[in-house]
Design a protein around this ligand. Structure first.
Ligand code: SF4
Length: 682
């Protein structure tokens, strides 16, 4: 029943990790509507205000349509030939003066799987370095490390549809109602149909308002909280002893540790009332099929990996993973392809398909396929790249789709790193904070203009199809990586995105059964998908875990305090996160109708703290930390706990990430975005 002249393109939303299937309607080069697909595997006819309406950015006057090259200190329009020549010359000079490890690339969830695959192949085979990383470093790197340590693979343990059969949901450090609205709505639907709900999050928003028990731990105390819950499970006989005997290891060490986490002590550390802690543990512990969903409130901490491992302990103690007695532990990814960027090997220590660069067998397989040596030494992580740039060791940095000067912590030091680096190349849609500091800016296609695949939060490969051509001279990142390689005299092979996924499938056993043709036929396939003739594994670990011994590993990691505590000088704890209308640095969602829904970065304060500072709703306020200063607009409400403040990072002009520190998870270098001591000046 659609009007004639409209073309419908089925694609996957490029914003959050839910990965909603959308039907994009176009007429000529005009985008008419983005409609949620009724048969979308996760969204089933739903979409949120971002996927549904935030496409006006495509035709923004600020959209980059020609390459820019810095001449005499100013970025000026240039042709592709000149821009590629400058990039190639700069890369050659960097390698000549500092060796291959003087070059690094930061890829991102803005790039498709095939683009991420090509970037890491370029860095490893043409430049000869493992210095490639992606934005998961800033969000879910602790998930990959923690889930791998517990179960053997870096993805969530179950698919969303299965988890929808859970009778108790434990939602931790996440606000899916705003950050993953379609999942938030489906979880709420489950609760309205009778599932019990425990929310552990400092803020009283979204699902927390519907919880049977809402735990509000002090930011930075998650590990103590999870150990407190585990203590009750053991003390009250709610652990699955048969499962622990057959399928898990590490119980004696954990039990010894948990003896030190009785509810009264955990209550003193976390601020969670003892009775609430016990009630939450009983709900989770007595459910027939519990499931855990968690977000960045678990990972973005000084001990974020420990947080994931301590959360995994709960599912293992209950035997609620790898069988029929529950739906494991599932990270809610903030960006659609952040899982895929890592799966494709855009990581300094991993080849495609979660294969370590230190594994000689995996390296040999890649070397044979790529006809090039693969360096064995793990490369630099993103924060190490910035440090190397500031020290002069890094001579060239290629940033693909990530506004590092707006979204990375301690933004002033990031800017200093870029200024110190002789060549900064930036693939971008807009003149972002990072692009403004680059030497060469390459205009690229958005998710509405690309061909490839994304992997969403439940390990689901889905097709991304171009509904429109990129504007002006903009090209896909896929074409750009090929062009840079060609400018250096190299041929990366795999001329099309479909060929790139085929090559990845040949290299990575986890993806061996995947191809564009299969996804076009079947719509979506979860990995592991080792066989083209069998469905992907939506639920993991039915037979054995993917650890070396086939067992789930309990973790006896002690609680350690956050890197920063409030004090007399900086008495409030700032937590950063997301709002419903915008996405990350807001570069796309601010350039369209969504700006009318949410027009500034607000600082949420409890009425007691607002009154204590003489602030009222709507007042401007200066926020100061030991690292920087931001200007925000006060919002007063009881959703924020006393002594805390909350803001998003959707408007780079407000300077939120000058406030955050460069402290990071001790295992993965994921920033401690969730705990910054601040003070206010009206
Ligand atoms: Fe779906 Fe997330 Fe896109 Fe919203 S932003 S439409 S929930 S994928």
């Amino acid at each position: 029943g659609r009007p004639s002249g409209l073309v419908t393109t089925r694609t996957t939303c490029g914003y959050c990790g839910v990965g909603c299937a959308l039907d994009v309607l176009t007429r000529g080069d005009e985008l008419v509507a983005a409609l949620p697909a009724g048969d979308g595997p996760v969204n089933r006819g739903h979409a949120c205000v971002k996927g549904r309406f935030a496409y006006g950015f495509r035709v923004s006057e600020e959209r980059l349509t020609r390459p820019l090259v810095r001449r005499d200190g100013r970025l000026e329009p240039a042709g592709w030939d000149e821009a590629l020549d400058v990039v190639a010359r700069g890369l050659r000079e960097a390698v000549a003066s500092g060796g291959p490890d003087a070059v690094a690339a930061i890829s991102s969830a803005r790039a498709t799987n095939e683009e991420n695959y090509l970037v890491q192949k370029f860095m490893r085979t043409v430049i000869g370095t493992n210095n490639v990383d992606n934005c998961s470093r800033l969000c879910h790197a602790p998930s990959a490390a923690g889930l791998t340590a517990a179960f053997g693979l870096p993805g969530g343990t179950d698919c969303f549809d299965d988890a929808q059969r859970a009778d108790c949901l434990l939602v931790v450090g996440a606000n899916p109602a705003e950050a993953h609205p379609v999942v938030g709505a489906r979880l709420l639907q489950r609760v309205l149909r009778g599932a019990r709900l425990v929310v552990a999050d400092p803020r009283a928003v979204g699902l927390a308002l519907h919880a049977d028990v809402h735990l509000r731990p002090r930011p930075g105390t998650n590990v103590a909280l999870f150990h407190g819950l585990a203590h009750v499970l053991l003390a009250e006989g709610l652990a699955d002893e048969d499962f622990l005997r057959r399928r898990a290891t590490g119980l004696p060490e954990l039990a010894e540790l948990l003896a030190g986490y009785p509810p009264h002590r955990v209550s003193a550390v976390t601020g969670v009332p003892e009775g609430d802690l016990v009630a939450a543990a009983r709900l989770y512990g007595r459910a027939a099929r519990p499931a855990v969903f968690y977000g960045l409130g678990v990972t973005e901490h000084l001990h974020g990996t420990d947080g994931v491992r301590a959360l995994a302990n709960l599912a293992i103690l209950r035997g609620a993973v790898g069988g029929d007695r529950g739906y494991g532990v599932n990270p809610l990814r903030g960006q659609n392809n952040v899982q895929g960027a890592s799966d494709m090997g855009a990581l300094p220590d991993q080849l495609p398909g979660c294969q370590s660069v230190t594994d000689p067998v995996a390296r040999e397989r890649a070397a044979r396929l790529w006809r090039a040596e693969v360096p064995a030494r793990p490369g630099l992580r993103i924060p190490q790249m910035f440090a190397a740039a500031r020290s002069g060791a890094l001579r060239a940095l290629w940033v693909i789709g990530e506004d590092v000067c707006a979204t990375d912590p301690d933004a002033r030091r990031v800017a200093a790193a870029l200024e110190a680096c002789p060549l900064v190349v930036c693939d971008e849609l807009f003149p972002s904070e990072t692009a403004r500091r680059a030497d060469v800016v390459l205009p690229v296609a958005s998710w509405l203009e690309k061909d490839g695949t994304f992997v969403n939060f439940d390990r689901r490969f889905q097709r991304v199809r171009p509904a429109l051509a990129p504007p002006g001279e903009a090209r896909s990142d896929f074409a750009v990586v090929h062009a840079v390689a060609a400018a250096l005299g190299a041929d990366l092979g795999c001329p099309t995105p479909a060929a790139a996924l085929d090559e990845c499938a040949a290299l990575a056993p986890l993806f061996a059964g995947l191809s564009h043709a299969r996804l076009d036929r079947e719509g979506a396939v979860c990995w592991p998908a080792p066989d083209a003739d069998r469905p992907g594994e939506a639920r993991l670990y039915r037979e054995r875990f993917a650890t070396a011994d086939g067992l789930a590993h309990l973790s006896a990691c002690p609680y350690l305090p956050p890197g920063e505590e409030p004090d007399d000088d900086y008495p409030l704890v700032l937590v950063t996160g997301r709002r419903w209308a915008h996405y990350n640095s807001g570069s796309m969602t601010r350039r369209g109708g969504n700006l009318r829904l949410d027009a500034v970065d607000r600082l949420d304060l409890h009425p007691v703290d607002a009154a204590g500072h003489g602030l009222r709703d709507g007042d401007p306020v200066t926020v100061e930390s030991r690292h920087g200063t931001a200007r925000l607009t006060v919002h007063v409400g009881e959703e924020t706990a006393p002594g805390q403040a909350f803001c998003a990072f959707h408007f780079p002009g407000s300077g939120v990430n000058t406030l955050t520190s460069d402290r990071a998870d001790t295992v993965t270098s994921c920033p401690e975005y969730k705990v910054t001591a601040v003070r206010l000046r009206p």
